[in-house]
Design a protein around this ligand. Structure first.
Ligand code: NDP
Length: 322
């Protein structure tokens, strides 16, 4: 497998087609040695983007990733690192969450300290904040970029109107606009990426770093309705996730999709990830993994794109629409 790279929207930054995230895994589900092994497999296979956020394990995910990056001593110009701001790192006071200038700046400083880096390559607004004018956030992100603490900024799960508004404000005041949105995208969750954001790809050149490409593992095909015992679906406090992702209708649909994957000699997770990559508006598919064998398998998605023909895509469309 040779990793391939795509431009992050119309920015000049080239991100690997597959990237590695740390939600629920780093500092929580897996030990630090497994996190290190995952990052090493990723990096050795050409993955250049590691995704993180202030809320992941309440800051612990970043500490773990920071220690690994320091230990590995990979040159700083060979990897792209993100963090996100909005939910806070545990504290829920109004000063500790949201997208107002105080929290965005403090979250950036906390991210730099936990990750042990001088700058973030990508800094995402993890959700829209109805309590803060978008202009305040745009100015703050611009200032962080001017200070050299952030390279590019983006949004996650913002509406197309909110993203367009941020752009209009940036344009009016000659500020740096967001270049990327981080939306959920997988076979079960298509609307936002394929319809809602569609006008923004050509007009403002939006890139996308898509999350939960396997619907939290449901599209690996390993789950019964109760959830595989060793998986996140059985982790304490994640009943909401199991109820959202692991429905009877989905388990049934997964079996149908697997038949198509089988006919192409692809495993189901590899097929489901390659299906995401077939969308040219996806800049990178952020993988999650709790063990290295999963990641090694998922890396095959890069080559698997080539065997998924337009006919196969049409068959899947029909299957998912039923
Ligand atoms: P996926 O939907 O791909 O789920 C990953 C999980 O699926 C793994 O941790 C593992 O879970 C299981 N899995 C993966 N590969 C295989 C395989 N080959 N065979 C069997 N099981 C497999 O992605 P995530 O939901 O983890 O999201 C990816 C990243 O996206 C996150 O780490 C985070 O960085 C980002 N994200 C961003 C969000 C946002 O709001 N911006 C929200 C959510 C995620 P298990 O241990 O259960 O087996």
């Amino acid at each position: 497998m040779n990793m391939r790279y795509r431009r992050l929207g119309t920015s000049g930054l080239q991100v690997s087609e597959l990237s590695l995230g740390s939600w629920l895994t780093f500092g929580k589900q897996i030990d630090d040695a497994t996190a290190e092994a995952l990052m090493k497999v990723a990096y050795d296979n050409g993955i250049n983007f590691f995704d993180n956020a202030e809320i992941y394990s309440r800051g612990e995910s970043k500490r773990v990733m920071g220690r690994i990056l320091r230990k590995m001593e990979w040159p700083r110009d060979t990897w792209i690192l993100s963090s996100k701001v909005f939910f806070g790192a545990g504290g829920k006071l109004p000063t500790q969450v949201g997208l107002h200038r105080k929290h965005v700046v403090e979250a950036c400083h906390a991210a730099l300290a936990r990750l042990q880096v001088e700058y973030l390559d990508l800094f995402f607004c993890h959700r829209p904040d109805p309590e803060t004018p978008i202009a305040e956030t745009v100015w703050t992100m611009h200032q962080l970029i001017m200070q050299g603490k952030v390279m590019y900024w983006g949004t996650s799960e913002w509406s197309s109107e909110e993203i367009a508004k941020a752009h209009a404000i940036a344009e009016k005041h000659h500020l740096i606009a967001p270049v990327v949105e981080q939306p959920q995208y997988n076979m079960f969750h298509r609307e936002k990426v394929e319809k809602e954001l569609a006008p923004l790809y050509s007009t403002i050149g939006l890139g996308t770093t898509i999350w939960s490409p396997l619907a939290s593992g449901v599209l690996s095909g390993k789950h019964t309705l109760e959830g595989d015992a060793s998986s996140r679906m059985r982790m304490a406090g994640l009943d909401w996730l199991r109820e959202r992702e692991l429905t009877e209708a989905r388990v049934k649909k997964v079996k149908e999709v697997k038949e198509v994957a089988d006919s192409l000699d692809l495993s189901l997770p590899v097929f489901a990830l390659a299906w995401c990559l077939k969308n040219p508006n996806v800049s990178t598919v952020i993988l999650g993994a709790s063990r290295t064998a999963q990641l090694e398998e998922n890396l095959k998605a890069v080559d698997a794109q080539d065997v998924i023909t337009p006919d196969v895509m049409t068959r899947i469309d029909a299957m998912l629409a039923r």
